[in-house]
Design a protein around this ligand. Structure first.
Ligand code: FMN
Length: 294
């Protein structure tokens, strides 16, 4: 089946699936497996302590895939004001951005507060700016700031949380009513039903974080993957880590873990999601060979 959404149209990816930004792990080897499987692989720029290593990894990515991919710039989660320290931080981000632009990268994802200074430079260079946030009001602000798409992370997901986070269900259905730009759904999605329902809620693509941690190519240690696979997502401690706002636990895997039963290659993971979704659509009586939300 051919999958068409506003995000596949902007990016040129085969399936409307986007790799999460992974501090520590989002480098070319892992990201290229996602791009080669038909999604948008993401290299997290700040994984590289210096600009030269970042540039080398971008070049490596181009050797590993000829498919579309993007670069993430995760900003600190406090407002960047105009102090000297903040000016230095902004300058550093702009330097990473410049390296990527020089490598002809066209798709950028940002996360955190006050990303407009990056978005403006991305647009000036002819690229696309997707901003990730957890609150609908921040998504509305990102649209006003000129973002080309927003990723909304629901409460059941992982990553930085906000005390006023909503669930993926509320986020996407409400954002669909409030925004004109494409929406990428993230948070707690780890199987074909989750993927398909996110598109039904109004998303133009789905972003996977935790579920991808359990793939073969993810550079997390095997014993940790196995520990995660054996976790009881209905356990009280697990619940508290995910649903009770506590920034110290922002790297905890999310409810999406419950959908993963074994460690599989990224290609098999994406095929499972897409094939599963196509089977469900057929069961529902969907007859055409094209799924389009355009
Ligand atoms: C190990 C790990 C590291 C992450 N690092 C970052 C990061 O550096 N920047 C960011 O914006 N999001 C980060 N995230 C969040 C993901 O990009 C994604 O938004 C989130 O995992 C989606 O929810 P899910 O885990 O339920 O799929 C990370 C997630 C995980 C699991």
């Amino acid at each position: 089946m051919i999958w068409k959404t506003r995000i596949t149209k902007i990016t040129g990816i085969k399936y409307p699936v986007v790799m999460g930004a992974f501090g520590g792990w989002g480098k070319s080897k892992f990201a290229s497996s996602f791009s080669n499987a038909g999604g948008l692989g993401i290299i997290a720029a700040l994984n590289f302590p210096n600009l030269e290593d970042f540039k080398i990894d971008l070049q490596n990515m181009k050797n590993l895939t000829d498919k579309p991919f993007g670069v993430n710039l995760s900003l600190p989660h406090h407002t960047l004001m105009d102090t000297n320290e903040d000016k230095k931080t902004k300058k550093r981000y702009l330097e990473y951005l410049e390296v990527a632009l020089n490598e002809n990268i066209k798709i950028f994802t940002t996360s955190g507060f006050k990303a407009k200074f990056l978005g403006d430079r991305i647009h000036q260079a002819g690229g696309y700016w997707f901003h990730k946030c957890v609150l609908i009001k921040h998504a509305v602000a990102a649209e006003k700031d000129g973002a080309d798409a927003v990723t909304l992370v629901g409460l059941e997901g992982t990553g930085f949380k906000n005390p006023f986070s909503n669930t993926t269900l509320i986020n996407i259905t409400m954002a669909k009513k409030l925004l004109k730009i494409p929406i990428i759904a993230a948070g707690g999605i780890g199987d074909a039903r989750g993927y398909l329902s996110a598109l039904a809620l109004g998303a133009d693509a789905v972003c996977f974080g935790t579920a991808l941690m359990i793939t073969k190519e993810c550079p997390v240690a095997l014993n940790i993957k196995k520990k995660w696979l054996n976790m009881d997502i209905f356990d009280e401690d697990f619940y508290n880590r995910i649903f009770h706002y506590n920034v110290k636990n922002f790297m905890s895997p999310s409810m999406a873990l419950g959908h993963r039963k074994e460690i599989v290659p990224v290609k098999a993971f994406i095929e499972e999601i897409i094939d599963g979704a196509e089977k469900i659509l057929k069961l529902w009586g969907f007859k055409t060979e094209e799924f389009s939300t355009l």
